[in-house]
Structures are given as C-alpha cells and as structure tokens.
Design a protein around this ligand. Sequence first.
Ligand code: ASP
Ligand code: MG
Length: 409
Amino acid sequence: MSIVVQKFGGTSVGSIERIQAVAEIIARTYEQGKRCVAVVSAMGKSTDQLVGMAKEIHPHPSPREMDMLLATGEQVSIALLTMALHRKGLKARSLTGWQAGITTDCVHGRAMVHDVNTETITTALDQGEIVVVAGFQGISSQREITTLGRGGSDTTAVVLAAALGADYCEIYTDVEGVYTADPRVIPAAQKMDEISYQEMLELAHLGAGVLHPRSVEAALRNKVKLVVRSSFVNESGTWIKGENEMETSHHVSGIAHDLQVARIKVLGLPNHEETLTRLFGLLAEAHINVDIIVQSEHDHERVDVAFSVNEEVGLEARQVLEAAQSELGFAKILYEGGLAKVSAVGVGMMARPGVAAKMFATLSEAGIRVKMVSTSEIKISCVVEREQALEGARRLHSAFGLDRIEVKV
Ligand code: ASP
Ligand code: MG
C-alpha cells in the first residue's frame, strides 16, 4: 500500500477549525487506501510567540534552551490533530521528532538530519494507524532535543518521505502553489503547474518563502516528488520534480526579488594572491554571508573588490573590514545601502542564448541601471536601486512571457 507524507504549515493548523479541516484532508487521503503520515508545524504564529517570550527573559538565550522551548510548539499541534482524527473515528498516533526516529547533529537551532529510523512509524502504519509527526525537531546523539531552523518542518516532511519511500510528499500551505513571481507585488504572476527541483532550489534561496531551501535540497537528493498546495481550497497545486519529467520548459520560469541588499566596495587593495582569502576570511569569521563578488584589476599593484550582502549585515560587514584596514592594506571603503536584487530563474536558459541580453535590455528600457550581475547555469541576478526593483521585476515577468493572460468575460 502506498505511503503519502502530508505536511501542514502553521496557518493550516492555526485554529481549532483549521485543525479539524486538516483532519478532514487526511481522512480523505486515508479513505483512498493510502498509508498516511502527517507532519505538522506549530499553530499559527506560536513559534514567534515563544521566541518573543525567550527574548523578554534573556537577550541571548542559550541555544539548547531555545530548542527545548521551540520544540514544544509542534508538540501542541500533533496532539490536537491526533485528537481530531480520533474524533472522526480514525486510528491515529502522534510522535515527537525523537519518537519518530529522527536523529540530527548537535547544532542547536539549525541541526541537520543524520538519519531516520522508521521502525516506530512503520509499525504504527502496519497497524492501520495514521501517524502524526512533529515537524522541525529531532534528537542528537547526546539525546538533546534539536530544531532544524525556522521553516524546518518542510525538511522533516521530505526526509520522512525519503526514508519511508513515500509515493510523494504534499506540502499544504496558505497559498495555492509556487508562483512565477510574488503575487502580492506582481499581480500578473501565475501559479505554476510544475517546476524542476533546481529551479525551486534557486527560487527558495532567492527568498520564495513557500519552501524551506533545505527541504528542496533533500527532495532533489532523494528524488522525492513534492507538491505544494493549499489546505484552504482544493486545487491541484504545483508539482516539484525532475527536469526530465516535465512537459514544458520555458527560458525563464520565474522572477524573484530581494529588497534588502547592500553593496560594499573595497578600493585599492594590494594585488596579490592572499588578498581575497584574507578579506573574505574575515567576513566568514564574522558569520557574514556574501552574495555577489566582483573583482576588477587596475594594474599589477592594485585591485578593487565589490560585494553584496543582505542589508541587515551590511554595516557590520563594513565595520569588520574597516577594523582590518591596515592588515588588508586597502585605500578606501564605500558603502551603498538601499539596493535590491532581481533574478530570472529557468532551466531553459541553459540551452538558449540571449536570456542575459534580454534581461539587460528590458531593465535598460525601463531606465534601470544594473550595478552588479551574477549568473549560474539557470539563474541571472542583477543588483539595482531598491526603488526600481519591483518595476524591473514586473517588466521582466512580462518580457519573459510569464504574465497571466486576463480572460475577459
Ligand atoms: N514552527 C517552526 C517555525 O515557525 C517550523 C516550521 O513551521 O516549519 O519556524
Ligand atoms: Mg514554512
């Protein structure tokens, strides 16, 4: 009998009524003869509330105690959802992360799953039970409760689907699927029927909040078929699968934007082998994630390096480098906040030239200057002024043929 893993996010289990609606979705799947494993997040905004309480008590709470605290959120929802299933006359059992056999490394707050021992789950499934597992948590080899990082329940669902050999993994959320752009700011965005793992991974890293990037990585590695769909309306959602299983491939499948970008230019660095290592080594030691890097060589003596970071850590990055000015030996540092990044993502661009040219032409026609560029095989990102970013994203969405066609009646 086939196994299905169904994950329900915070808004999907945000109230008693929502929990009952989720129980109904699971019941329908169970009645189709499937073996059902549900993974749930904490109710509504309860994880945020727990974080808030901790911060009121201590500005820097111990990571171990944070995990102890945050893991309770999911424990509330698994018990309530299981009771809702019982109320429907179904056999069901809730399991915390450790009871479900999810072991992780010891890094509190962003633990990685090492292994899943599915014995308890399969025994319960064999007895005809629906299994409801707490998302976002596991146990380390030191028997410490760990959490997988914010949004980590998606990853729990995918690793369970992989370990159980599930047919597919459904991610139920409050939107109808994955969109070609953020529909809140680009009204012409459309829901995609399908998208490849690689594209989804780029979009998740570029900030499409619908899936935790690590869950997409795990799905790709284990070839778990994923579908993102709404728990509020019964629509087909978006399938995430291997590129070769897809029916269509566009040049560009989606447009993403990130409105929190800063650029730092370090001018007049000594032009020798160790310069980049030392500069980016200092930033890495400060746990500052660098995004786009551009180096330009003046002559044999001097180079300039420009890089972009999330604006939240921009000033900190500048401080780290300023403090090391004499060690690094640069002449000047320039800081520019208020920037943004717009990106076009699509596996189709691998085989087709001209996507970058079209992107630059579209932006320049709109009077938008591109300040930095970075590319991967399936992505082109441009750093632009923040005020122009959404206009740029809208124009790109339309230029790459992604706009929804309004049906006039
Ligand atoms: N409850 C956790 C969070 O809010 C995990 C999740 O929802 O995926 O981040
Ligand atoms: Mg989420």
